[in-house]
Design a protein around this ligand. Structure first.
Ligand code: G3I
Length: 316
């Protein structure tokens, strides 16, 4: 047995993980570790548009509803992911629709999903990955067809559907000080200045064992200073295979540094991992030659990174 992370976290910071809804339904050991170490959960896929509405007119809520119910029963706060994204959009939603039609479809989608879980989701990723590496708006179906206002509109629709939910913008490659992070800061400042209901910024943090992001705490603080919550939303640290003790140690250091950065910023509300076990991670499929990115190995044994977090929390 190992010390449960959720019992060691400061009371104002949640520790979360992405959850694979299908594994949740079938794997008791997965459920046990999830309920023991974590007090927050994000649906890895179940709340994406393509999963919720594969065909027009019909929503398929089962996997997502089951996860929300598990979270409620086990004292995990639900983080909603994600309402507006250019990826995992159902194939029937395409640029052959007119701008008016697409705008209306998007409004209905945001409203339907947020309303269904009103009061059950503490924060939503309202828009995901809307920026390019240079900090400008990413060229997506939404930007091309609806123009840049789709971002503000999405926040307003989400806020109307659940006025108590915290509304986040989420992206990757922004956890360190990068041009993209600068662009994100400009974008959220503009949104705040025009009264858009945006409350927080999510930093995905998909890291690689040998590349540390630069000045994470200082970067997060720039957003906190503007009155925004910040959150680490999708942390994992992929290792180039073969896994060696040295690489596991470097991985542990990065996990610990990201936790330290979150704890150093007063508005950091959650520290969320993109999956907790190497048995169920997106990395091997998307980064051939890499793996072992999570806190637990594929036998569900805690790795060095897990004990590094435990040690850091005990000292904190
Ligand atoms: O559900 C279908 C299944 O019915 C079908 O038979 C199968 C065949 O391809 O695909 C299944 O869907 C897959 C889905 O995961 C569920 O397993 C998709 O193809 C696959 O593309 C999808 O990948 C997910 C990816 O986002 C795209 O949505 C990954 O699991 C998930 O980890 C990843 O998560 C993203 C975050 O949402 C945003 N930030 C980056 C992060 C990593 O890419």
């Amino acid at each position: 047995d190992w010390p449960a992370l959720r019992s060691l976290m400061p009371s104002n910071v949640r520790i979360g993980t992405a959850v694979d809804g299908r594994v949740l339904a079938t794997d008791a050991r997965y459920r046990a570790v999830l309920g023991r170490d974590f007090n927050a959960a994000t649906a890895e896929n179940a709340m994406k548009w393509s999963q919720l509405q594969p065909t027009p007119g019909t929503y398929v809520w089962q996997v997502s509803d089951d996860l929300v119910a598990f979270a409620e029963e086990n004292g995990l706060a639900m983080y909603g992911h994600t309402l507006v994204w250019h990826s995992s959009v159902p194939s029937w939603v395409s640029e052959s629709w007119s701008a008016e039609e697409l705008g209306e479809l998007l409004r209905q989608h945001v409203t339907a999903v947020v309303s269904r879980y009103r009061g059950k989701i503490w924060a939503w990723d309202v828009v995901n990955e809307v920026l390019d590496e240079d900090g400008s708006l990413r060229d997506t179906i939404w930007l091309r067809k609806l123009g840049p206002d789709y971002i503000a509109d999405a926040f307003r629709w989400a806020h109307a559907a659940d006025p108590d939910a915290r509304l986040f913008i989420n992206d990757y490659g922004t956890e360190g000080r990068t041009r993209k992070a600068d662009g994100l800061l400009r974008l959220v400042s503009k949104l705040r200045a025009s009264g858009v209901p945006i409350h927080g910024v999510g930093f995905q943090s998909h890291l690689q064992w040998d590349k540390a992001p630069v000045e994470v705490a200082g970067n997060l603080r720039r957003f906190a200073d503007r009155g925004l919550s910040v959150a680490i939303t999708e942390l994992d640290v992929r290792i180039q295979l073969p896994v060696t003790p040295e690489r596991l140690a470097r991985q542990a250091m990065l996990y610990e540094q990201m936790l330290a950065a979150c704890l150093a910023v007063s508005t950091c509300e959650s520290f969320t991992l993109w999956g907790f076990t190497d048995a169920r991670s997106w990395i091997p499929y998307n980064y051939p030659g890499y793996g072992a990115a999570c806190l637990f190995d594929s036998e569900m044994k805690p790795k060095l990174a897990h004990s590094a977090l435990v040690d850091a929390l005990r000292e904190d």
